[in-house]
Design a protein around this ligand. Structure first.
Ligand code: DQA
Length: 146
């Protein structure tokens, strides 16, 4: 069975309350529940982790390597624009990953247009609010079963 792990970075636990014009009205819990249901219906094993800590994300990515996870979907949130450590962890485990953003980062402030992940991701999905995660999963499924 294909195993997919989803990682969400800092402040995404506040989705629904946090800047709804950028990130939408839905909670992370609701978005992840819908994603898990979609994965279930496709026969894929999917679990997720949200953390506000950079080190915890690095540890979790290393663990995904040990667990032989097939694909990662990651929204590094604010760490997208700063974290060499998370980038290095993804390079180290060599797990193909999709970079996801709820907001259209390329249409926002200049500093958000720098990402430490896009050039090593299999693809980037940005701007579709909570649906970005579903699109990322669909893209992975399309790769598995063309
Ligand atoms: C975000 C975009 C980032 O720039 C921001 O720091 C976030 C969320 C997004 O999903 O749109 O926290 O990754």
């Amino acid at each position: 069975m294909v195993v997919i792990r989803v990682f969400n970075g800092p402040n995404l636990n506040l989705l629904g309350q946090r800047e709804p014009a950028q990130y939408g009205q839905r909670s992370l819990q609701a978005i992840m529940q819908e994603l898990e249901q979609f994965a279930d219906s496709c026969g894929v094993e999917l679990d997720h982790l949200q953390t506000n800590s950079e080190g915890a994300l690095v540890d979790a990515i290393q663990q995904a390597g040990e667990d032989e996870v097939d694909y990662i979907i990651i929204n590094p949130a604010g760490y997208t624009h700063t974290s060499v450590a998370i980038r290095d962890a993804l390079l180290a485990v060599e797990i193909p990953f999709v970079e996801v953003h709820l907001s259209a980062v390329s249409a926002r402030e200049p500093f958000r247009q720098i990402t430490y992940f896009s050039d090593i991701a299999i693809g980037v999905i940005s701007g579709f609010r909570g649906e970005s995660y579903l699109l990322a999963l669909q893209a992975i499924l399309n790769r598995i079963e063309p």
